[in-house]
Design a protein around this ligand. Sequence first.
Ligand code: SF4
Length: 657
Amino acid sequence: MRIVLGTCHHDCPDSCGWEVTVDEGVATKMRGHAEHPFSQGELCPKVNHFLERVYSPDRVTTPLIRDGAKGSGRFRRTSWDEALALIVDAVRERVTLHGGETVLPWSSAGNQGLLQMSSLDRRFFAALGASTTHGALCGSVAKTGHAATTGTGMSSDPTTVEHSRYIILWGTNTRLTNRHLWPFVERARAAGAKLVVIDPVRTITADSADWFIQPRPGTDTPLALAMLHVIIGEGLVDRDYVEAHVSGYADLVSTTGEWSPARAAEECGIDAADITTLAREYATTRPAFIRTLIGAEHRANGGMIFRTLACLPTVTGQWRHLGGGLSRSVGSWFGDYVDDSVFNPVKAPRVRSLPFTQLGRVLTDPQTPPVTALFVWNGNPVITCPNAALTRRGLVREDLFTVVSEQFLTDTAKYADVVLPATTQIEHVDVVPAWGHLNLGWNGKAIEPVGESVPNTELFRRLAGAFGITDRLFSLTDDELVDMALRDIDATVLRRDGFVRLPNADRRLFADGRFGHADGRCDVSGIVYQPVARDESRPLVMLTPKQHSRFLNSSYSHLPAHGPREGGPFVEMTADDAAERGLLDGDVARVANDRGELRLPVRVSDRLGRGVVAVPFGWWDAAHDGAVSANDLTSDAPTDMGGGVAYHDTFVEVSRT
Ligand code: SF4
């Protein structure tokens, strides 16, 4: 019997450390790694059942070739040799006809490990001359907005929240989606900190707050501008800090001058007096900490929200203090220690770039050349991309040859011509840079791959071999690839302990200025609020929040210990909005817009404001009778910055069926 240390790979900020007990080659137990400084021995309701996922009878364990209509889910088992031969023939034929750009790689955050997220794939697709993509479903908007102000994607270490005296959790449901940060928040509260939650949804985190503020969705910018109006107007600015480290301050003063609390209150749907109180408390309590994550960026004006939020700790000088500042993703901290540019192609071909978030449009709009060969791994775009009906319409095209590497027959895999079996995290080696704390995680291989599944690295070695692509990187082992990318990290300690705290982790970001712009100053100019255009014929704003502890995006929802225990999908709305439409709790309603319609049970609740409905996402169509994805309705409009997607700028009408 042996214990193997690993790190969770999921699209989650916590990147928990775990230990797997292996007995005669079989993983028999998995639990949190007690020594891990962030997760401290705890996993979560999803990953507590991870071994059921690993050994699920539903795993894809051999290559599969389509044996029925696209989307039917009918496949026959085959060998790797036959699958690879079919892929080579089909892709070569299309490349000969249209050129390399006819090939589109699509990979998301299904595995956030250094190697398994993106490494050898870059060399493989560059050798084919394939199209590339730009943008991301999550993260890039907040990063770009934040960096427009601070000059860098870096933000405060979230764990320093424990030193704070005033905490604002802004648009983040910490107890659910960042659960291992909660003990740090609670420690600060035990020492006297006040906790404020700002969110359009009264989440379980909001229920735990000292003060809950519920603005209308997408009005974060005017709320922050009105706070700055009060802070500037009442002389609560850290003048020394602003003079030494800030540019564009006069422009900010001018912009905020137009945003009195009264005006913002009207836009945000909250009390003007609350905005004033919030601004005063935030500016006069030191240290004060703002924590935000993903939700607010999923709007057409999402980048500007983060650009504006970064002005708050700057103007008040909260960056100076341990326990002050602003924290979002901290993935950028790893850049000095994990150099993934070593996987970039030596000579990158000049190829077109397509919008990652608009897969449906890319596959259905006329393109030159058309996309006729699609490779999908680390993702289930039918469920996670917006405008899902369009994605399905693209995937069903007969001239499109689709290869999906997966652990299960997802809704996306059902459209594949070839499905290749993928390993789970305990079946391969990797390191995991976190985005919710500053510890680099080691992931040891605990068991041999189940069936004929392979890690993504091996997938691209095999594909490269089949296409006759040679590159020194394809001959290296995964351990060698890891070592190639690490800088100033003691790899022996990393492998021994399961984690290494980043050597720069004790740096207090921006305490002495040194922002990322060329002049070293923080740029607070150029803030503009762009309200989201409304759709009068569809008066309800539809949010798609994460609200299940047993799902993660589309992962797990088909497994017995997960999806069924969360019930099925539903539409949540206020009693008044329901009554106006003649609906009662439990009725089945039609939720519709011009992209599609869903029939969902109504859940009447007091968690939302008037005019706002919520349809949580993550269930698979395949596990239900027809389409159930919230993303059948969501907007695929782009965001103002960062190449993101405005999921939450979705308008619907709900009616009786
Ligand atoms: S999904 Fe998140 S909370 Fe759960 S084990 Fe993985 S990193 Fe931890």
